[in-house]
Write a protein that binds this ligand. Structure first.
Ligand code: S3P
Length: 177
Protein backbone atom coordinates (compact mmCIF):
# COMPACT_ATOMS: atom_id res chain seq x y z
CA UNK A 1 0.00 0.00 0.00
CA UNK A 2 1.28 3.47 -0.90
CA UNK A 3 1.98 6.19 1.61
CA UNK A 4 1.05 9.60 0.22
CA UNK A 5 2.40 12.76 1.80
CA UNK A 6 0.24 15.80 1.22
CA UNK A 7 0.45 19.35 2.49
CA UNK A 8 1.43 22.89 1.64
CA UNK A 9 4.62 23.90 -0.19
CA UNK A 10 7.57 24.07 2.17
CA UNK A 11 6.21 21.77 4.87
CA UNK A 12 8.91 19.16 4.25
CA UNK A 13 7.15 16.46 2.20
CA UNK A 14 10.28 15.56 0.22
CA UNK A 15 12.64 15.39 3.21
CA UNK A 16 10.18 13.38 5.29
CA UNK A 17 9.31 11.17 2.31
CA UNK A 18 12.93 10.21 1.65
CA UNK A 19 13.42 9.37 5.29
CA UNK A 20 10.25 7.25 5.38
CA UNK A 21 11.24 5.40 2.24
CA UNK A 22 14.60 4.40 3.76
CA UNK A 23 12.96 3.33 7.01
CA UNK A 24 10.25 1.21 5.33
CA UNK A 25 12.34 -0.08 2.42
CA UNK A 26 9.84 1.32 -0.10
CA UNK A 27 10.77 3.28 -3.23
CA UNK A 28 10.44 7.08 -3.08
CA UNK A 29 8.49 9.02 -5.70
CA UNK A 30 7.82 12.73 -6.03
CA UNK A 31 5.09 13.98 -8.37
CA UNK A 32 6.90 17.22 -9.28
CA UNK A 33 10.05 15.27 -10.19
CA UNK A 34 8.05 12.80 -12.31
CA UNK A 35 6.35 15.64 -14.18
CA UNK A 36 9.74 17.20 -14.86
CA UNK A 37 11.06 13.87 -16.18
CA UNK A 38 7.95 13.34 -18.31
CA UNK A 39 7.97 16.78 -19.93
CA UNK A 40 11.68 17.53 -19.94
CA UNK A 41 10.85 20.91 -18.34
CA UNK A 42 11.16 22.23 -14.78
CA UNK A 43 7.94 22.98 -12.89
CA UNK A 44 8.80 26.66 -13.22
CA UNK A 45 9.22 26.35 -17.02
CA UNK A 46 5.91 24.49 -17.31
CA UNK A 47 4.05 27.23 -15.43
CA UNK A 48 5.74 29.96 -17.48
CA UNK A 49 5.43 28.44 -20.93
CA UNK A 50 2.43 26.05 -20.80
CA UNK A 51 0.40 27.51 -17.93
CA UNK A 52 -0.94 26.11 -14.68
CA UNK A 53 -3.84 24.18 -16.29
CA UNK A 54 -1.36 22.09 -18.29
CA UNK A 55 0.64 21.39 -15.14
CA UNK A 56 -2.52 20.24 -13.32
CA UNK A 57 -3.31 17.87 -16.20
CA UNK A 58 0.16 16.34 -15.96
CA UNK A 59 -0.28 16.02 -12.20
CA UNK A 60 -3.49 14.07 -12.69
CA UNK A 61 -1.86 11.77 -15.26
CA UNK A 62 1.12 11.11 -13.02
CA UNK A 63 -0.94 10.38 -9.89
CA UNK A 64 -3.29 8.02 -11.71
CA UNK A 65 -0.32 6.04 -13.00
CA UNK A 66 1.45 5.99 -9.65
CA UNK A 67 -1.73 4.82 -7.90
CA UNK A 68 -1.72 1.68 -10.06
CA UNK A 69 1.97 0.93 -9.51
CA UNK A 70 3.92 -0.91 -6.82
CA UNK A 71 3.83 0.37 -3.23
CA UNK A 72 5.90 3.49 -2.66
CA UNK A 73 6.27 6.56 -0.50
CA UNK A 74 4.89 9.34 -2.68
CA UNK A 75 5.42 13.02 -2.03
CA UNK A 76 2.79 15.12 -3.83
CA UNK A 77 2.82 18.73 -5.05
CA UNK A 78 1.00 21.09 -2.66
CA UNK A 79 -1.94 21.65 -5.01
CA UNK A 80 -2.37 18.06 -6.19
CA UNK A 81 -5.05 16.89 -3.70
CA UNK A 82 -7.15 19.98 -4.45
CA UNK A 83 -7.69 19.42 -8.19
CA UNK A 84 -9.96 17.04 -10.09
CA UNK A 85 -10.77 13.93 -8.04
CA UNK A 86 -7.13 13.46 -7.09
CA UNK A 87 -7.82 13.27 -3.34
CA UNK A 88 -10.16 10.34 -3.93
CA UNK A 89 -7.52 8.62 -6.05
CA UNK A 90 -5.10 8.95 -3.13
CA UNK A 91 -7.60 7.74 -0.52
CA UNK A 92 -8.53 4.71 -2.64
CA UNK A 93 -4.98 3.57 -3.28
CA UNK A 94 -3.01 4.29 -0.14
CA UNK A 95 -2.51 5.73 3.31
CA UNK A 96 -2.74 9.51 3.11
CA UNK A 97 -0.77 11.66 5.54
CA UNK A 98 -1.34 15.40 5.86
CA UNK A 99 1.76 17.21 7.10
CA UNK A 100 0.31 20.18 8.86
CA UNK A 101 1.98 23.52 9.66
CA UNK A 102 0.98 27.07 10.55
CA UNK A 103 1.38 29.82 7.91
CA UNK A 104 4.23 31.53 9.81
CA UNK A 105 6.33 28.35 9.69
CA UNK A 106 5.59 27.83 6.00
CA UNK A 107 6.48 31.43 5.16
CA UNK A 108 9.84 31.22 6.88
CA UNK A 109 10.62 27.97 5.05
CA UNK A 110 9.39 29.32 1.71
CA UNK A 111 11.38 32.54 1.86
CA UNK A 112 14.50 30.42 1.54
CA UNK A 113 13.29 28.42 -1.47
CA UNK A 114 10.73 30.49 -3.33
CA UNK A 115 12.79 31.02 -6.48
CA UNK A 116 11.97 27.59 -7.90
CA UNK A 117 8.28 27.84 -6.94
CA UNK A 118 6.38 29.70 -9.65
CA UNK A 119 3.28 30.45 -7.59
CA UNK A 120 5.25 32.53 -5.10
CA UNK A 121 8.47 33.59 -6.80
CA UNK A 122 7.42 37.23 -7.17
CA UNK A 123 6.10 37.81 -3.63
CA UNK A 124 7.68 39.77 -0.77
CA UNK A 125 7.36 38.58 2.82
CA UNK A 126 4.03 40.28 3.60
CA UNK A 127 2.41 39.21 0.35
CA UNK A 128 3.74 35.71 0.85
CA UNK A 129 2.11 35.55 4.28
CA UNK A 130 -1.25 36.66 2.82
CA UNK A 131 -0.90 34.17 -0.03
CA UNK A 132 -0.12 31.24 2.28
CA UNK A 133 -2.88 32.14 4.71
CA UNK A 134 -5.54 32.39 2.00
CA UNK A 135 -4.42 29.41 -0.03
CA UNK A 136 -4.08 27.19 3.02
CA UNK A 137 -7.60 27.95 4.23
CA UNK A 138 -8.96 27.08 0.76
CA UNK A 139 -6.95 23.87 0.62
CA UNK A 140 -7.55 22.54 4.11
CA UNK A 141 -10.97 21.16 3.18
CA UNK A 142 -9.10 18.70 0.96
CA UNK A 143 -6.04 18.12 3.14
CA UNK A 144 -8.15 17.37 6.23
CA UNK A 145 -9.64 14.30 4.58
CA UNK A 146 -6.32 12.50 5.05
CA UNK A 147 -6.09 9.29 7.08
CA UNK A 148 -3.53 10.82 9.42
CA UNK A 149 -2.70 14.42 10.31
CA UNK A 150 0.76 15.09 11.69
CA UNK A 151 2.00 18.40 13.04
CA UNK A 152 5.20 18.86 11.08
CA UNK A 153 6.40 21.83 13.13
CA UNK A 154 6.23 20.75 16.76
CA UNK A 155 8.16 17.55 16.27
CA UNK A 156 11.60 16.55 15.09
CA UNK A 157 12.01 14.78 11.75
CA UNK A 158 12.45 11.45 13.55
CA UNK A 159 9.28 11.90 15.56
CA UNK A 160 7.26 12.80 12.47
CA UNK A 161 8.59 9.74 10.66
CA UNK A 162 7.81 7.54 13.67
CA UNK A 163 4.18 8.72 13.85
CA UNK A 164 3.70 8.00 10.15
CA UNK A 165 5.28 4.54 10.39
CA UNK A 166 3.05 3.61 13.34
CA UNK A 167 -0.10 4.80 11.58
CA UNK A 168 0.85 3.00 8.37
CA UNK A 169 1.59 -0.28 10.15
CA UNK A 170 -1.73 -0.06 11.96
CA UNK A 171 -3.53 0.45 8.65
CA UNK A 172 -1.68 -2.52 7.06
CA UNK A 173 -2.71 -4.77 9.97
CA UNK A 174 -6.34 -3.70 9.63
CA UNK A 175 -6.20 -4.67 5.97
CA UNK A 176 -4.76 -8.09 6.78
CA UNK A 177 -1.23 -7.56 5.39
C1 S3P B 1 2.40 23.84 -6.00
C2 S3P B 1 3.33 23.19 -5.22
C3 S3P B 1 4.62 22.71 -5.75
C4 S3P B 1 4.50 22.44 -7.27
C5 S3P B 1 3.96 23.62 -7.99
C6 S3P B 1 2.58 24.05 -7.46
C7 S3P B 1 1.13 24.28 -5.36
O1 S3P B 1 5.00 21.53 -5.09
O2 S3P B 1 3.71 21.31 -7.50
O3 S3P B 1 4.89 24.65 -7.84
O4 S3P B 1 0.14 24.52 -6.07
O5 S3P B 1 1.09 24.37 -4.10
P1 S3P B 1 5.62 21.48 -3.58
O6 S3P B 1 4.46 21.43 -2.63
O7 S3P B 1 6.39 20.19 -3.59
O8 S3P B 1 6.46 22.68 -3.45
Amino acid sequence: MHIYLIGFMGVGKTTIGKCLSRKLGLPFQDTDMLIEALTGLTVEEIFNTQGEAYFRQKEQEVIQNLAKGQSAVISTGGGLPCHFNNMLVLLHSGYVVYLNAKPAFLVSRLLASKKSRPLISGLNKDDLYTFVNERLSLREQYYLRANLIVDATAKSLNEVVKSVVLGYQHKLKKHGH
